[in-house]
Ligand binder design. Structure first.
Ligand SMILES: NC(=O)c1ccc[n+]([C@@H]2O[C@H](COP(=O)([O-])OP(=O)(O)OC[C@H]3O[C@@H](n4cnc5c(N)ncnc54)[C@H](OP(=O)(O)O)[C@@H]3O)[C@@H](O)[C@H]2O)c1
Length: 293
């Protein structure tokens, strides 16, 4: 029997990890008040109380725009706390997965990012997440760092749910064309993380996302089309493509951050799905929820 500590258990990924947990796993998922990643010096004592024998760190400071003005807090949560978790894992020789982000890249490439491509974050959130990766690997070279991109699910706070909400209030939406990535349906990522713990591929940096590359604008159109087809919203609406400069925001986003997932597929045998069937899976979950009310 494993005792798995999941940080960020209330978030989108954390919730899906709960739903898909293998039968031989007992989950400990303290909330952010009980296990506060912004207080890294308190974590070792708590870890000694919980005594996990595996750790999945998906707790994070995830507000990309606010991180520009809360860089110190973002670093404590996204880097200093990660170091504390990795130190504990190294000391007790237990497996640890640290979830990171495509935002460690600058987005200047036009072909999928390989795990060993040069990092160069363009915003404070990305810088704090990169610092977390480096801290984890330095403290515990056996860490699996798994970078994901564009996580969405049927619950939580995410782009897909926001688009569905707005589509019910407006006749037209404007969404950016100059941010291209691979969306990642959270249950697919959660299944991949459990598979990593089961298979234990070599430690190091891996990428995971659904397959394909798509702009935010194209993804938004697919979301409203699929939601309308499944009866989640009454009708589809047109999505107008605009440039990011149309929506000034505190943080710059990478223009291109498609992740090459082949290393994880080959070494751990994780399943990867095309982005559209993954989206349809999420819409089916929403439709089931809608119809049951
Ligand atoms: N969302 C994306 O598009 C995306 C893309 C690439 C990578 N990632 C990475 O994927 C991971 C999971 O993301 P997600 O979308 O599931 O995030 P999320 O839904 O925003 O959830 C974040 C989680 O972190 C917890 N948290 C925040 N501050 C904390 C603190 N001080 N102490 C303890 N827990 C704290 C939150 O708890 P409370 O609810 O209590 O605050 C929540 O459970 C993160 O590492 C993120 O950086 C996300």
């Amino acid at each position: 029997m494993h005792t798995t500590l999941i940080t960020g258990g209330s978030g989108q990924l954390g919730s899906c990890l709960h739903e898909l947990a293998p039968a031989n796993t007992r989950i400990i998922a303290p909330n952010s008040a009980a296990f506060d990643l912004s207080q890294p010096h308190t974590l070792n004592t708590l870890l000694n109380t919980y005594r996990p024998n595996q750790i999945i760190n998906c707790g994070a400071y995830t507000n990309v725009d606010k991180a520009e003005t809360q860089g110190g807090l973002a670093r404590r949560i996204n880097a200093d706390a990660v170091r504390a978790l990795a130190v504990y894992a190294a000391k007790h020789a237990i497996p640890i997965i640290h979830v990171s982000t495509d935002f460690v890249f600058d987005g200047c490439k036009r072909t999928p990012y390989d795990p060993h491509d040069k990092t160069n974050p363009v915003n404070a959130y990305g810088a704090s997440k990169l610092a977390g990766e480096l801290a984890a690997i330095e403290a515990n070279p056996k860490t699996w760092v798994v970078r994901a991109s564009g996580i969405y699910s049927h619950h939580g706070n995410n782009f897909a749910l926001k688009i569905i909400e707005l589509a019910q209030q407006r006749e037209l939406l404007s969404v950016v064309t100059d941010q291209v990535g691979s969306p990642c349906y959270a249950p697919n990522l959660a299944a991949a993380l459990w598979k990593i713990l089961a298979v234990q591929p070599p430690a190091g940096i891996y990428h995971f996302a659904d397959l394909g590359e798509i702009s935010r604008c194209e993804f938004a159109q697919a979301i409203v089309d699929e939601a309308a087809a499944a009866g989640v919203i009454k009708k589809t609406i047109p999505i107008e493509g605009v440039l990011s400069s149309h929506f000034p925001s505190p943080a710059t986003r990478p223009e291109y951050s498609v992740l090459d997932v082949s290393l994880l597929k080959e070494t751990a045998g994780v399943s990867v799905s095309e982005w559209r069937p993954a989206l349809q899976g999420m819409i089916r979950r929403l439709a089931a929820g809608t119809h049951s009310h």
